[in-house]
Design a protein around this ligand. Sequence first.
Ligand SMILES: [Zn+2]
Length: 154
Amino acid sequence: MSSMPLDKVQVFRCPNCQEFINTSLTECSFCHAAVDVQAAQIAADAQGHAAQAHSDASVLKIMARAFLTLYLLSWIPIIGGFAGWGAFFLSIAIPIMFSRWWTKHASVQSADPDYYKAKKMSFMAMAFWGGTMLLWLILFVLQIVFYAAARQQS
Ligand SMILES: [Zn+2]
């Protein structure tokens, strides 16, 4: 990024046609509706918040996927130990990140589709986390039952 004043130009959705335009325009380049500078600034800020919420939720989604992957890798001998530690770390980090997402973004007043997508994505990540935790628990219990049964037989 340079220090040119043009950098102040922010992107937002035209309230009339929902196409992406920027705050330097006096009229929408798609539908030619007049752009109210103040309203445009507010819309651009909301757009920025929505984009931030979306990228934070994306990180959450990647972490949730990594959690399942690392957990499955933890069953592999030798390298599994490292993966197990990673999975353990993520099992704690994901709920923390999820609650941080909600404290940071829940108050965003945005009708932006990106924001709704981000909300949904954060829930999906949490569901993914919950599923992996359940799998972990079930396999853990099965393992104990299996070893107990094996010990009794010998
Ligand atoms: Zn427009």
